[in-house]
Design a protein around this ligand. Sequence first.
Ligand SMILES: *Cc1c(COP(=O)(O)O)cnc(C)c1O
Length: 217
Amino acid sequence: MGLEDITRRIRAAEAAAGREPGAVTLIAVSKVQPPDRVEAVLAAGHTVFGENYVQEAQAKWPAWTARHPGVSVHMIGPLQSNKARAAVALFDAIHSLDRVTLARKLAQQIDEQGRSPQLFVQVNTGDEPQKAGILVDELPGFLTLCAELGLRPQGLMCIPPEDGDPAPHFALLARLAADHGLPGLSMGMSADFETAIAHGATHVRVGSAIFGARDYG
Ligand SMILES: *Cc1c(COP(=O)(O)O)cnc(C)c1O
């Protein structure tokens, strides 16, 4: 547990996979965490954070990024289309580009604001009806639409089904990214980031293993 331990485990997983040290970006997922825990990780010099909710991120990050230049904040949660304007203004990356209406809104906002957060297309690798994400069969068409809108996603993102082995989902996402020439792979959380790194993750999203359990009370 903790930033140092997770960083060490990431370096070991990179080495085990024959990858360069630092090939994997650690996104410290700070959603819902008490400010003192986040401030401790900022003070330790960590620079990449993840959030799930636009309003929560808007309320807490501007003050922190003012004090810690060079910090970037990534949106990893579901994004409502009516929050696209705020999201483009606030985030350095959006990992949850998961539908056509959102692609259109983001393209419009990127154009208007002259800001271009990195984009990851979320893929529903488990074909789960309740889960967000582009279905595997629909990915080629969705990427074509993104290109028509002037969006250039830099990678794919997935959240494997809760039960079962995540490895086949990571392998599938890696294959899809390679098929489409996309360099980024946002995959792996507290419980499975080492497996994700073995399958080529470039961005792992780790929350509770760094900050401790989240209290939604
Ligand atoms: C909350 C969240 C995480 C981090 O989960 P942990 O299990 O705490 O590491 C990663 N990715 C997404 C999309 C999340 O919503």
